[in-house]
Each structure stands twice: as C-alpha cells, then as structure tokens.
Write a protein that binds this ligand. Structure first.
Ligand code: NDP
Length: 406
C-alpha cells in the first residue's frame, strides 16, 4: 500500500495515506508569501472525536496565510505550539471544499463520501459559554481554523470539526465552492449580524476595498438586502470590477491624501488639511450617491489608513464595523464623533454556522457570484498569496488541490 499519493492520483475510497502533500510555512522561511510558502510532504493529520477528514478538492486564498507567512503580528507556529500543537510547521488555508474521507467518533450530520464546503470558525461545542448560548464565534474557545490551528485546507487532506462542513451546492464547481466562504461569511456577518445595524432597503453602505474578496461579496450582499453599495477602489479596473459586481458607484481613494492617523490637535494647519480631506471625501460620497446622505454602515478592514475617515463620514446613529487592519492595527479615533453622532464602532470576526449557511445558499442558487478571478495549483499557492499581499488581485482566488483541471 502506498503511504503517499502524488497530486493527480486519488487513494481508494476510505484509505487514508500516512503522508500527504501540503503548502507549508516554517519559521526559517518567515517573510513574503512568495518565499515563505513551499509545497512538501507532511504527515496526514489524525482525526479525533467529532472531527472529519476531508479530501480537499479546492481551497481559498486569504489573508490568514499572508499574516502567517510574514510571521507577524504573531508567529503562528510558536502561538499554536503554546496552545498544544506539536507541529513545527504551518499548513494554512481557512476555507475550502472537498469530499468527506473519514469521520471520527461522535460525528453528526455528515458521512464519508459527502461533498462539502469547509468554513473557518472553530470553537469548542462543549465549552461552558457555548452551552449557555454564546454565539460560537464569541466563545472564549473560538479559533481561526488554518491560522490558530496547524492544519488548514492547503493540503490533500484537511481535518475540521463536524459543524465546519456544509453540503456543497451541486451548482458550484469545486473551485467556486472552495474560494468564497471566508470572505462572504465575514462580510455577511458584518452587514447582517449586528442588530439593529443591519442593512435595510435604501441604506447607503460604504465599502472599503470594494474590488477585494470581502468587498466583492459585500457589494452583492448589500444589493440583496436592498441597500445602496458605494465601493472605494484605487484604480479604474477595480472600479469596473465593482460596478460589474453591482456597486451603485465607486470612489477612487487615490484622489485623496488625508490617509493615516489624524495629525495631533496642536498642529492646527495639518489638522485643518486633514479635515478638508475628509470633507472632500464625504462630498464625493454624496455626489456619487446622488443625494446628501451619509453611510448608515461603513464596512471597514483597511484599519489605520481609513478608520478616522470611516468614523468621520458615518451617519448619525450609524455603525462602522471592522474585521481587519491591512494597513496597520493602531488606528486613531476622534471620540467626539462617536458620542456627538452616536456612532457604533463594532468589531466582527468570521461568521457563525447560520451565517455561513446563508451565504452558501445564496451562492448555490446563483444570487451571489463568488467572483473567482483566478485559479492556481497547490504549487502556485505562494504566487497567489503574494498577489493578495500586494493587492494585485480582485475578488476571490482559488487553489486547485485534488480537483482535476477543468
Ligand atoms: P483583499 O486584498 O482581497 O481586499 C482588500 C482591499 O483593501 C484591497 O483590494 C484594497 O483595495 C483595499 N486596501 C488595501 N490597503 C488599503 C489602504 N491602505 N487603504 C484603503 N484600502 C486599502 O483582502 P480581503 O478582502 O480578503 O481582506 C481584507 C482584510 O480583512 C485583511 O486585512 C484580512 O485579514 C481581513 N479579514 C478578516 C476576517 C475576519 O474574520 N476577521 C475575514 C476576512 C478578511 P483598493 O486598493 O482598490 O482600495
């Protein structure tokens, strides 16, 4: 019996080889994804109680692997070892799709042979807070699969908890099914998860990075809910992408120069310039919207470069909801805006099972285009993640793992 199957070969059903091929990171290679990620043979992870082993057909490309490659803001390998992992490597990948290959004891809701989509949020279903009704993503046991765990989807086999697998809609190809759940689920929770600040018909919504993974999903979800998505971009091609995804309008951020932290109040000239910049941005929003209304919801993720503007332009009683900090995680906040305008600043992270099922259903019936703009082989994982790191891609990218080339 073989203990490793090369890419392109499938083991007999039910046979779990001892070793597998995976895209990995090791500490000695921490740096840009193009240098940090390589493909190598590693042991196949064991399947514990409540867990499912999946033969991965395709995986998504997302920022978790960028941060993991860089080794900052945290060294994921050291962090996961402190949490009990015995691995001195990291197999990333936080979403994907594949075939259930083996199940551990006490697994419910799925069986060997099922075609499934894998989602990122992991928690301990037996933890006290979850048993008392806490949303799993807010549990003290919550972990980001493929980032805060050592084995994600960028490998022939992935191991997940049983609630992380969802039936794959037949209408989706493996590549489409594997590339969107993380960005779509996160955007959905940002836009629908924070009552009463959920998108209502007619609500203007400002979406940073409209052409990116989160942004492309957010534009469509806002439209589904009857809101008016206005997307920020940095060039004409990205503006076109947003419009084809359904953006009401776009704003080119390159026309403005006030980004980053607010100048301190003791340099009135600089502060004044910053205020003029923000005001011009706000006017641009009103102009492209076609009416003098400010965004009721601002979908944030660039972080330090944009948060001061997000707070300054958000409507009275509105919400700035953030899930990331691509440009830096120390951001300036003028508290006067928060209390005078009664703005809610909300953190949002991944999605819960119901929210993931909602975006999978939308994609399955064709109401959400997964916006897959590129597909790469497992060996090209480093190239695909480097594109993401440089903001050079649009929409979502897929990694074809075991799926045959189309
Ligand atoms: P993408 O690269 O696909 O999109 C991000 C977009 O942000 C880019 O297209 C770019 O658009 C824009 N952007 C980049 N830098 C800046 C800046 N300085 N100012 C304004 N806009 C900027 O990434 P994703 O959409 O996949 O992810 C975005 C962020 O969200 C990442 O930091 C990621 O870690 C985080 N995230 C968090 C999740 C969570 O659950 N907590 C889940 C998913 C993502 P343009 O240049 O056109 O303006």
């Amino acid at each position: 019996m073989k203990d490793l199957y090369p890419l392109g070969e499938t083991p007999p059903t039910g046979r779990v080889p001892e070793r597998m091929i995976a895209a990995t990171i090791r500490r000695e290679r921490f740096g840009e994804p193009k240098d940090a990620m390589i493909v190598e043979e590693v042991p196949t992870p064991p399947v514990g109680p409540g867990q499912v082993l999946v033969w991965v057909m395709a995986a998504g490309v997302n920022y978790n692997m960028v941060w993991a490659s860089l080794g900052r803001p945290v060294d994921v390998i050291a962090m996961n070892r402190r949490a009990g992992s015995t691995e001195d490597l990291h197999v990333g990948g936080s979403d994907g799709a594949g075939i259930v290959w083996a199940v551990g004891s006490r697994v419910r809701g799925t069986k060997v042979g099922d075609e499934v989509i894998l989602t990122v949020s992991q928690w301990d279903e037996r933890s006290d807070d979850v048993r008392l009704g806490t949303d799993g993503t807010c549990s003290r046991s919550t972990r980001v699969w493929g980032y805060e765990t050592s084995h994600g989807s960028l490998a022939q086999f992935a191991v997940v908890d049983d609630y992380q697998v969802h039936p794959k809609p037949a209408a989706l190809s493996w590549e489409d099914a594997g590339c969107f759940s993380l960005t779509a689920g996160t955007a959905y929770r940002q836009l629908c998860g924070w009552h009463p600040h959920t998108v209502s018909p007619g609500d203007p919504v400002l979406i940073w990075g409209g052409a990116g993974g989160l942004g492309s999903m957010a534009i469509q979800i806002v439209n589904q809910l009857g809101g008016v998505p206005v997307a920020v971009v940095s060039d004409g091609k990205k503006a076109e992408h947003c419009r084809s995804a359904g953006a009401h309008a776009t704003i080119d951020r390159q026309v403005f120069q006030h980004w980053g932290p607010m100048p301190p109040g003791d340099t009135p000239k600089d502060l004044r310039q910053w205020q003029v910049g923000v005001r011009r941005f706000q006017q641009a929003f009103w102009e492209v919207l076609g009416e003098r209304r400010s965004p009721r919801i601002v979908l944030e993720h660039p972080g330090s470069a944009t948060l001061p503007t997000s707070i300054a332009v958000c409507d009275l009683g509105g919400m700035v909801v953030t899930c990331g900090a691509t440009s830096g995680y120390h951001a300036d906040l003028d508290l006067r805006f928060l209390w005078m305008r009664q703005i809610r600043l909300q953190g949002s992270h991944m999605a819960n099972t119901r929210q993931f099922r909602s975006v999978i259903a939308l994609a399955g019936r064709g109401s959400l285009d997964v916006c897959r703009t590129g597909t790469y082989s497992l060996a090209e994982s480093s190239t695909a993640h480097q594109l993401l790191r440089e903001g050079a891609q649009m929409g979502n990218l897929a990694i074809r793992v075991n799926a045959p080339a189309a």
